[in-house]
Design a protein around this ligand. Structure first.
Ligand SMILES: [Zn+2]
Length: 120
C-alpha cells in the first residue's frame, strides 16, 4: 500500500507551487511546459493541468466538471483523488425522461432539467 503521506505531500506541493516562471531557468526541468516552479513544471490543456516534479512524480489536475487529481509517484504507483459526482446519478430530462449528461449543455426551467430541444 502506498504511504498516504506521499500523496499528502504531492497535494501540498500542488497547493504551494510558489512563484511561477514563464521561461525556464538553468536549473528548471527541460521540456515543453507553460510554466516552471521550484522543483517542477506544468503544462495546461483545456480543463486540466499536468504537473511534473523533479523527483519523477507527476499529477494531472482536472477541474471540469468535477475536481480530479491523478497522481503518479516516481515508483509508478498511481492514486486518484476524485470529487464525487453528486448530480450524475439521478439527472433525468423532465421532457423525454432520458439521461442527462451534466457535462453537456442542458437547461433548467422551473427547477427541472431538460435536454436542449426537450424543453416545453
Ligand atoms: Zn430530453
Amino acid at each position: 500500500m502506498v504511504d498516504p503521506a506521499k500523496i499528502a505531500k504531492i497535494l501540498d506541493r500542488l497547493h504551494k507551487l510558489g512563484s511561477i516562471r514563464r521561461a525556464p531557468e538553468v536549473h528548471d526541468l527541460p521540456g515543453e511546459f507553460d510554466g516552471w516552479f521550484d522543483g517542477g513544471a506544468f503544462r495546461s490543456v483545456t480543463g486540466a493541468t499536468h504537473y511534473v516534479f523533479a523527483d519523477g512524480s507527476a499529477a494531472n489536475v482536472g477541474v471540469v466538471p468535477w475536481l480530479s487529481v491523478s497522481i503518479r509517484l516516481a515508483d509508478g504507483t498511481e492514486v486518484s483523488v476524485l470529487e464525487r459526482q453528486r448530480q450524475a446519478a439521478a439527472q433525468v430530462c423532465a421532457g423525454c425522461g432520458g439521461q442527462l449528461d451534466p457535462t453537456l449543455t442542458h437547461q433548467v426551467i422551473k427547477g427541472k432539467p431538460f435536454h436542449i430541444g426537450c424543453a416545453p
